[in-house]
Design a protein around this ligand. Structure first.
Ligand SMILES: *Cc1c(COP(=O)(O)O)cnc(C)c1O
Length: 475
């Protein structure tokens, strides 16, 4: 294309004002904020200009100004539609990973959702004691529930478990030494690393033992005048297997008593229920860990507990009282929606069977194979009825799902899946189309098939999921 010809094409592009005067765009301006429409039109025009200069926008000698206007208006309408969609939106989780950190970890029980909605839409007694009419503590109800459920002496809840660890270390060990096993210097989710959190807290990390073995003697030898604490960290998202020796929390408590040092256990996931009767790995519950006698225990609210994002700190009053007075506590405090959701979640645990029925994370962890298979056949049927048969082949199969969220990394949960083998596109392309669809769907790809794991899908999602798959295959 000659430079001259390009200049003519560029001149034929409408101006922003001309676009805004178009009747269809005027209508858009009635329905949407001016800034949204204006930015969309500007972006489309900038794109068209670039396209003409690079040759990506095909043009002809005899192209008319109206054709360009038509194109720009159409693209502006699409850009506006895209821009008004909330960035954070619902995703159907067909990965089978129950605590998927990228997908928001735990989903809340109905009671917890209702509690959030009530405090979000009304004033509440967040920091008012209604009985005496004076200032109250936002943590009061949570403290009572947590101590009653776990047997801990005192409790405190902060923004997340990373904040819980930071606050505990900063309160009990700032400027002094904390002894940790080399095998427990975990990284979780790429942003939480024990050595880095410890550096932020002002505590000095003293590593002991080897990656696979740390003996009680290693801790004893490292204790000196500057030692403030012995720390045990749950190796949440990995396991060291083979020749291993981990010093247990109770062994650390014994050493702590010998030297008059506090012991802290960062449990990471922390479960209030023993889930081994459902075939899940035997992990000590929070209550069992507390019985071993550590001074401080921390865990997440949105991992196995199945509540909102929060960091739960349990332990001896002496330490928790000090943490409450640390100015950092104000910086990492929870908001009213978290208080509401966590209170409702903890109340579910007052009846264990009810907790398993009502808390989605526990439901998904314990659901039996028969139900998963029924769900898979139901999804297959729905897909058969909405799908163009020439586009893909479907099979119902057994599969394996993961707990996720850095919890129970070796657990393999037998599940049922629907495997979709697309004929005209790759499984990866189908996965991407589903991700960008409405509602968005996340599945996993295995041997060029898209796997839809029924463990993390509830009955009401089956129909929209089937339609989303049909839609994605059509493109
Ligand atoms: C997950 C985890 C954390 C971080 O908890 P968040 O609630 O994600 O901040 C800390 N320690 C361990 C051992 C964990 O597993």
């Amino acid at each position: 294309m000659s430079e001259n010809y390009m200049r003519i094409s560029l001149r034929l592009l409408p101006s922003v004002d001309e676009v805004l005067r178009d009747a269809r765009v005027t209508k858009m301006l009635e329905d949407h904020p001016r800034i949204v429409v204006l930015e969309a039109a500007r972006a489309v025009l900038a794109d068209a200009r670039k396209g003409i200069l690079s040759g990506a926008v095909k043009t002809r000698q005899d192209i008319k100004k109206e054709e360009y206007l038509e194109m720009v208006v159409e693209k502006t309408a699409a850009a506006v539609k895209c821009s008004i969609r909330p960035y954070l939106r619902r995703v159907i989780n067909a990965t089978g990973v129950i605590l998927h950190t990228n997908l928001g970890r735990a989903i809340l029980s109905e009671r917890a959702r209702e509690a959030v909605s009530i405090v979000a839409s009304n004033y509440s007694n967040l920091e008012l004691d209604l009985k005496i009419g004076r200032r109250g503590s936002r943590y009061a109800a949570l403290e009572n529930l947590l101590t009653s459920l776990t047997g801990a002496e005192d409790a405190l809840v902060v923004n997340n478990n990373a904040a819980a660890v930071l606050l505990a270390l900063s309160t009990a060990a700032r400027g002094r030494e904390v002894i940790v096993s080399r095998g427990q210097l975990v990284e979780i989710g790429g942003s939480f690393r024990i050595p880095e959190v410890m550096a932020q807290s002002g505590a000095k990390l003293v590593e002991v033992g080897a990656t696979n073995k740390t003996h009680p003697e290693d801790y004893r030898k490292a204790i000196g005048g500057d030692t403030a604490m012995l720390l045990h960290v749950h190796t949440s998202n990995y396991r060291i297997i083979g020749f291993t020796r981990e010093t247990t929390v109770s062994e650390l408590v014994e050493i702590g008593r010998e030297y008059n040092l506090p012991v802290m256990s960062d449990l990471g996931s922390g479960s209030l229920l023993d889930l081994s009767r459902f075939g899940l790995p035997q992990e000590p519950t929070v209550q069992e860990v507390l019985k071993a006698g550590p001074d401080i225990v921390t865990f997440s609210g949105d991992k196995l507990l199945g509540g909102p994002q929060a960091g739960i700190i349990l332990g001896r009053r002496l330490y928790i009282e000090k943490m409450k007075k640390n100015p950092l506590t104000r910086a990492v405090r929870i908001d009213k929606m978290t208080v509401a959701a966590l209170e409702a979640t903890l109340r579910e645990y007052q009846d264990e069977e009810k907790a398993i029925r009502e808390i989605p994370t526990l439901q998904m962890l314990t659901v039996n194979q028969e139900i998963l298979e029924k769900r898979a056949y139901c999804l297959e049927n729905l897909l058969q009825s909405v799908l163009d048969k020439t586009l893909a082949q479907l099979t119902v199969e057994k599969g394996v799902s993961a707990v996720g969220g850095g919890a129970m990394p070796t657990a393999e949960l037998l599940t049922a899946v629907v495997a979709v083998s697309p004929h005209n596109i790759s499984a990866g392309e189908l996965q991407a189309a589903l991700r960008r669809g409405e509602p968005a769907v996340m599945g996993r790809v295995q041997e060029d098939r898209l796997i839809l794991d029924l463990r993390t899908i509830n009955d009401s999602e089956l129909q929209p999921l089937a339609e989303a798959v049909a839609q994605a295959l059509k493109q």
